[in-house]
Write a protein that binds this ligand. Structure first.
Ligand SMILES: [Zn+2]
Length: 427
């Protein structure tokens, strides 16, 4: 997972090779050389001198409610902002994904930066950003509003500083990320020409996720005849079948976590349960949910099959019916490249080298993570070079107490500038 000190230079030159480009491989600049270019330095300085405006915009957009499937107000904001910074070909698709392009001069890869506009908070959630001790507090401040604004302002700063990219830089503001990566899935699958490089800006500063967590979520439904309590003695009961299945799923022997992985994976979680309508009758229907996560497809498939078999057995023993309904779109990872290929890809290595150049990691060096559950998963699944990165640092994502570091977004925005310059290539 560690890279040699001079790998950065190698990575940038290999990038051309991997992408089959005609740019000369010799003389490709290193991360340090790109970071020290006057135009890139001007872009960095622009971020510093306009930081008050960036913070104000971050607060403003955070306070625009944007639950999944109801992102309309943020779509309007982003569309206008993309036009104002001079992107072209701005479009919004049927789902609400909104994107614009900064055309390069040619000879570089097409690089897509994706950040999502939706949050997990319902429309009526009171959202008012509060600042305390250089920390912003508000639902959705970090996930993913900070990254959305950082990406917008990184491109703006690059344009204003005379940077001339070779490849096209596409800024994609996605929808419905929080409900199964639906926006990115729609956008990437529908697009005839796949991007050369895809980056989801949706994580913590200094982390580079090159993997894609397999996630399958199901509603487990048990159904049987309903009858009055007085008639229920000795009769099948869906609640009892569900209870039996829950206990046995909890007792499943899971494979050991892979050494060196951040999360304790694989895992099966039962997050919701319910059923029945009255106290004095056998319920006609009872359900619980399963959230099954693993780092590879064979493990995921095995766990899903095991969970299903347990539930079917419990239903059989009780004499009730069972069905299992997917709660989110299931992403097919059959085209994903092997793990080592994704880790060693110049995209991953350049992102790590750029993070290290800017000293973004909290501890030691930037970490490559074989996980990640964000829009880049869709790219990984399609076999497109794709990673998840971050431009902010925060806590408590998906909770009302969510917070984000006010200062970290500044180096975070510079990181995006450096990365975009390295990946698209600059004239
Ligand atoms: Zn997110």
């Amino acid at each position: 997972m560690r890279i040699a000190p001079d790998f950065a230079a190698l990575a940038t030159s290999v990038l051309g090779l991997v992408l089959g480009l005609t740019t000369p491989l010799l003389g490709q600049p290193s991360v340090a050389a790109v970071a020290q270019r006057p135009d890139v330095q001007r872009a960095f300085a622009h971020v510093d001198t306009t930081r008050e405006a960036l913070w104000a915009e971050w607060i403003k957009v955070t306070e625009i409610s944007s639950p999944s499937r109801q992102e309309q107000a943020r779509i309007a904001y982003m569309k206008k902002a993309m036009a104002e910074i001079g992107l072209t070909g701005i479009e919004t698709d049927e789902m609400g994904n909104t994107w614009g392009t900064w055309k390069g001069s040619g000879g570089g890869p097409e690089v897509v930066f994706a950040a999502h506009m939706d949050t997990v908070f319902p429309m009526d959630t009171k959202i008012k950003v509060r600042e305390d001790n250089n920390t912003f507090y508000a639902p959705g401040i970090g996930d993913d509003t900070g990254n959305l604004i950082a990406t917008l302002r990184a491109i703006d700063a690059m344009k204003k500083s005379g940077i001339s990219p070779k490849g096209d830089i596409v800024f994609l503001a996605t929808v419905q990320e929080e409900v199964g990566l639906r926006g990115a899935n729609f956008w990437l699958n529908r697009r005839a020409r796949k991007p050369d490089l895809f980056l989801a800006v949706d994580g913590g500063l200094g982390q580079v996720a090159y993997g894609a967590l397999r996630i399958e979520q199901y509603r487990m439904i048990f159904e049987g005849a309903s009858m009055h309590t007085l008639a229920s003695r000795g009769k099948p009961n869906s609640a009892r079948a569900a209870a039996r299945a829950i206990v046995r799923i909890g007792e499943m022997k899971l494979p050991d976590p892979e050494p060196g992985t951040r999360n304790n994976l694989p895992v099966v979680n039962i997050g919701m349960m319910g059923g029945g309508t009255v106290v004095n009758a056998v319920p006609a229907s009872v359900f619980f949910t399963t959230d099954i996560r693993a780092l590879d497809t064979p493990t995921e498939t095995k766990l899903v099959a095991e969970v299903k078999a347990i539930a079917e057995q419990a239903a059989r023993e009780e004499g009730v019916q069972f069905k299992m309904e997917p709660m989110t779109e299931i992403i097919d990872y059959s085209q994903a490249k092997p793990k080592s290929e994704r880790l060693n890809h110049p995209l991953t290595q350049t992102a790590l080298a750029a993070a290290d150049h800017l000293k973004l990691a909290v501890v030691d060096r930037a970490q490559a993570m074989d996980s990640g559950a964000a829009d880049h998963n869709v790219g990984v699944a399609l076999g497109i070079p794709a990673i998840g990165i971050g431009a902010t640092r925060g806590r408590g994502g998906h909770s009302l107490e969510e917070s984000a570091d006010k200062m970290a977004i500044i180096p975070g925005t510079k990181y995006l500038i450096l990365l975009a310059s390295l990946l698209a290539g600059v004239n």
